[in-house]
Design a protein around this ligand. Structure first.
Ligand code: UDP
Ligand code: MG
Length: 331
């Protein structure tokens, strides 16, 4: 039996200068493994010659396929489109710009062969990456892990290997806000981390301005955590407690020591107390909005890895090439 197919999925937005080199490196890296592969390039509304370059590559190599989106939908949507298209038994997602070295795919495949169903590439920063990008990215993962309770390391970008089983589950999740980094860690299964040294962009420039990066971070966090909504509740509690404390302090002072200007303490008290109550009520609204937010995602509530029965004549295949039909999702 030959080795199963591996799909390489590449989101590309204005990457005319990178794709040929990427194709060469992927070919080289996969060639040594003996696995057949398909290279799926998702043209995410490019306005340069990306589509032409894809056409040329397809002509030259029948393992290359292009998927062209109608407009620029963003990297995450492009990734999703690529996953949908991929037929492989394992799917590797990788950027077009060679900041993520295709040679590292070999190591990912080895981990997959040894039974891991999700392999996260973890970037070791290139010394030439700016201090700003490095620090903001690091802080983002810290905050994200804390708020969502999904363990994520700095540098866990979208360079990943996903087993077919995992891909099918991701595709079955009807949530609109696809955030690969989050869901790939969220699904569970046997996960591995594979550190790699970051390369530098071969051509073109980054598509992520600071503004887009902030929007991306917000989307990631709100899609995995309702903590920001809960802030109002905490603020409200704090306000109310503070105002009660202040009330007690003024009261005690009034009886034992002095009489401050009449009306002043009660005004402050009233304002801060009512503000506190108001925050609390907003927080309560937030709790319900948060539930709606979680509910409308329609994520599966759990994912079954495998089932065991007492009268098993043949043991469940434990390797990654197990057929996916026996995974029924409680949707
Ligand atoms: N990308 C995309 N659509 C976008 C923005 C980016 O498909 O709207 C692709 C881009 O072509 C690249 C990957 O996503 O393959 C990562 O983008 P980039 O290298 O610009 O981001 P950075 O590595 O600087 O964070
Ligand atoms: Mg890049």
């Amino acid at each position: 039996m030959g080795k199963p197919l591996i799909s390489i999925v590449v989101p590309a937005h204005n990457e005319e200068g990178c794709l040929a080199e990427l194709h060469r490196s992927v070919d080289r890296a996969l060639g040594q493994t003996g696995y057949p592969f398909e290279l799926i390039i998702v043209d995410d509304g490019s306005t340069d010659r990306t589509a032409d370059v894809i056409a040329e590559l397809c002509e030259e190599d029948s393992r290359v396929r292009g998927v062209h989106l109608t407009r620029n939908f963003g990297q995450q949507s492009a990734l999703l489109a690529g996953l949908e298209e991929a037929a492989g038994q394992a799917v590797v997602t990788i950027d077009a710009d060679l900041e993520q070295p295709p040679e590292a795919i070999r190591q990912m495949i080895r981990l997959w062969e040894s039974g891991f169903q999700v392999v996260h590439g973890v970037r070791r920063d290139h010394p030439q990456i700016s201090w700003f990008k490095r620090t903001t990215s690091r802080q983002f993962y810290r905050v994200f892990s804390f708020l969502s309770r999904i363990p994520m390391d700095p540098g866990m970008l979208d360079f990943k290997l996903l087993d077919r089983q995992v891909v099918d589950i991701l595709l079955s999740m009807p949530e609109t806000d696809f955030f690969l980094r989050g869901v790939a860690a969220w699904v569970g299964f046997k996960q591995a981390r594979m550190p790699y040294a970051a390369g530098l962009r071969t051509a073109g420039k980054t598509k992520y301005s600071t503004r887009v990066m902030i929007a991306f971070a917000m989307r990631g966090i709100t899609s995995f955590s309702t903590f920001p909504l809960r802030l109002a509740t905490y603020l409200g509690m704090l306000m109310t407690l503070l105002s009660l404390g202040y009330g007690a302090y003024v009261g005690i002072r009034h009886f034992f020591w002095e009489h401050p200007q009449p009306g002043y303490a009660s005004t402050i008290l009233l304002i801060s107390f009512l503000l506190g109550i108001q925050f609390l009520l907003i927080g309560m609204l937030g709790e319900y909005v948060g539930r709606i937010h979680v509910e409308v995602k329609r994520r599966p509530r759990y994912i079954v890895a495998r089932r065991t029965a007492t009268d098993q004549t043949e043991s469940e295949p434990s390797d990654h090439q197990r057929p996916v039909e026996d995974q029924r999702l409680p949707l």
